[in-house]
Design a protein around this ligand. Structure first.
Ligand code: IPE
Ligand code: IPE
Ligand code: MG
Length: 247
C-alpha cells in the first residue's frame, strides 16, 4: 500500500504519458480472450484518470491505439472500436462532472465515422473544463505526427509565411498535434516491455522513463503513485552536472 503522503505535491509532474500495454497477456493469464483484457483495461483507465485528477496532475496522455494496431486481427480491432464508443458513452458525464477536458491526437481520418463522431462530440462537450486535460492517442504514430508537422512548416515556407532560418524547436512544437501540451516529464509503460513503440518521439526527448512489469489491467492508483514517487527521486540534469543542479 502506497501512501499519498509520500508524494511531494510541490514536485508533481505536470504531464504524465502512459503506454498502456499488457491487456492481451492479462486476459490469457485468466484463460479469457484478448477482448476481455481490453474491457478490464478500460476500467484501469477510469481509475487512473480519476487518481490523476485527484492529485491535480494537469495533463495525462494515454496511448490507446497505435497506427500499427490497425494491423491486428479484424475481430480485435472492431472490438476495440466498439469498446471505445461505449467508454465515451459511459464516461463523458463523469468527465464533465470531474472537470476533465478531453483531447485526442492521431490520424482520425481512418477511424470509423461513428467513433470519430462520438469522440469529437465528447471533446466538444468537455472543452470548457479546466481541470485535468486527458489526451487520448488514437490511431496515433509519432513518425506520422512529425511528418505532418514537417508538411505544415514546409507549406508556410512555400507561402512566404515563414523563413527557413525562423524554424526552431519552438516552431516545430507549435506544429505538432500536442501543441497545447507541455512535454511529459514522466513516461510510464506497463507490461515489462522496454520500448517506445512510435509514441511521442519528439516530446519524450528529456522525459523520465518508468517501466513496470504490471500488466495494464492491474495498474491502479497505488501503482501510479509508486511511479510518481520514483520520478520524484530522480535528478533531472538536462546535460548539466549534479553539482550544478544541487548548488
Ligand atoms: C495494450 O494491450 C492495448 C492496445 C495496444 C490496444 P495489448 O493488447 O498490446 O496487450 P499484449 O501486449 O498483447 O499483452
Ligand atoms: C503500444 O502497444 C500501443 C498502445 C499501447 C496503444 P503495443 O502492444 O501495440 O506495442 P508493441 O507493438 O508490442 O511495441
Ligand atoms: Mg502489447
Amino acid at each position: 500500500m502506497v501512501i499519498t503522503d509520500q508524494i511531494d505535491k510541490s514536485k508533481l509532474p505536470q504531464h504524465i504519458a502512459i503506454i498502456m500495454d499488457g491487456n492481451g497477456r492479462w486476459a490469457k493469464l485468466q484463460g479469457k480472450n484478448r477482448v476481455f483484457g481490453h474491457k478490464q483495461g478500460a476500467k484501469a483507465v477510469k481509475e487512473i484518470v480519476r487518481a490523476a485528477g485527484e492529485l491535480e496532475i494537469k495533463f495525462l496522455t494515454l496511448y490507446a491505439f497505435s497506427t500499427e494496431n490497425w494491423n491486428r486481427p479484424k475481430f480485435e480491432v472492431e472490438a476495440l472500436m466498439t469498446l471505445l464508443i461505449s467508454a465515451i458513452n459511459e464516461e463523458t458525464q463523469d468527465l464533465i462532472k470531474n472537470n476533465v477536458k478531453l483531447l485526442a491526437i492521431g490520424d482520425h481520418e481512418i477511424l470509423p465515422s461513428k467513433v470519430k463522431k462520438k469522440l469529437y462530440q465528447a471533446i466538444d462537450d468537455t472543452k470548457n473544463n479546466t481541470g485535468l486535460t486527458l489526451t487520448l492517442a488514437l490511431s496515433y504514430s509519432s513518425k506520422w505526427e512529425i511528418i505532418e508537422a514537417v508538411k505544415k512548416i514546409a507549406s508556410q515556407v512555400k507561402n512566404n509565411n515563414l523563413e527557413i532560418d525562423e524554424i526552431t524547436a519552438e516552431i516545430f512544437d507549435k506544429n505538432l498535434s500536442t501543441s497545447e501540451l507541455p512535454h511529459p516529464e514522466l513516461l510510464i509503460r506497463t507490461s515489462g516491455e522496454y520500448r517506445i513503440s512510435n509514441f511521442l518521439l519528439w516530446q519524450l526527448a528529456y522525459s523520465e522513463l518508468y517501466f513496470t512489469e504490471k500488466l495494464w489491467p492491474d495498474f491502479n492508483k497505488d501503482e501510479l503513485f509508486k511511479a510518481i514517487i520514483n520520478y520524484q527521486q530522480r535528478e533531472r540534469r538536462f546535460g548539466k552536472t549534479s553539482e550544478q543542479i544541487t548548488h
